[in-house]
Design a protein around this ligand. Structure first.
Ligand SMILES: [Ca+2]
Ligand SMILES: [Ca+2]
Ligand SMILES: [Ca+2]
Ligand SMILES: [Ca+2]
Length: 218
């Protein structure tokens, strides 16, 4: 009687559990050195490979020395299915890892800081477009709303907001420098920026306060 040795396929020793992480999570490293077994040989004779990654735009999956490393694409969320193949002496088994990356609402960010504004005393109303100041990675920037947080010199300039416009009205005969702090809000989160408003003094023409003007006679 001759007994022909049978090469058994490798097996999954401990199946993957679903993995849930947040957007922009640090890399996940999973030790796979005992994830698969083979009756015929030691685990270190098993070779591992990423057979398929259903969402490479979301996650990169690499295996080095039985360590599976998952890297998450910045500001991306969604689902990926990673299939790992364990091969041993030309036989193989696959295991599937489901990964759920949950979206996180990022606060808006300052995109284009406003340039300072220099005006002359008694200049007419000035309007500033704020629509390019802030950006939000999660949604259209058109959804950002604005609020005046602080005005350093209300005695020289009065700011008000109309949609995405900052309206500046200047106080008569007042000059100096004000700093106006503006917040951009997106879905309850905010960023702020400062706008410098410089009002230059202008020498007013002398005015006649009563009808009596004394002129020198020669
Ligand atoms: Ca085997
Ligand atoms: Ca993010
Ligand atoms: Ca986000
Ligand atoms: Ca956001």
């Amino acid at each position: 009687i001759s007994v022909t040795p049978v090469d058994d396929t490798p097996e999954i020793a401990e199946a993957f559990q679903d993995l849930t992480v947040n957007e922009d999570n640090a890399d996940t490293v999973i030790d796979l050195s005992n994830h698969f077994t083979d009756k015929d040989n030691d685990n270190n004779a098993i070779t591992l490979a990423v057979l398929n990654n259903s969402n490479a735009a979301l996650i990169s999956a690499t295996i080095d020395n039985y360590q599976l490393t998952l890297k998450y694409t910045e500001n991306h969320s969604g689902i990926a299915e990673i299939i790992i193949r364990a091969s041993s002496n030309e036989k193989f088994v696959n295991d599937t890892l489901n990964i759920f990356v949950q979206a996180i609402d990022d606060p808006p960010e300052l995109l284009t800081p406003p340039s300072s504004i220099t005006k002359n005393e008694d200049d007419p109303q000035h309007i500033v477009d704020m629509s390019i100041w802030f950006t939000d990675i999660d949604n259209d920037d058109a959804q950002i709303t604005y609020q005046i947080i602080q005005n350093l010199r209300p005695d020289i300039v009065t700011p008000s907001i109309s949609a995405k416009q900052l309206v500046l009205n200047f106080t008569e005969n007042a000059n100096g420098t004000s700093i106006i702090q503006i917040a951009g809000y997106s879905n309850g989160l905010s960023a702020t920026t400062d706008l410098s408003v410089i009002v230059l003094a202008v020498n007013d023409m002398p005015t006649v306060s009563n009808g009596n003007i004394s002129l020198f006679e020669d």
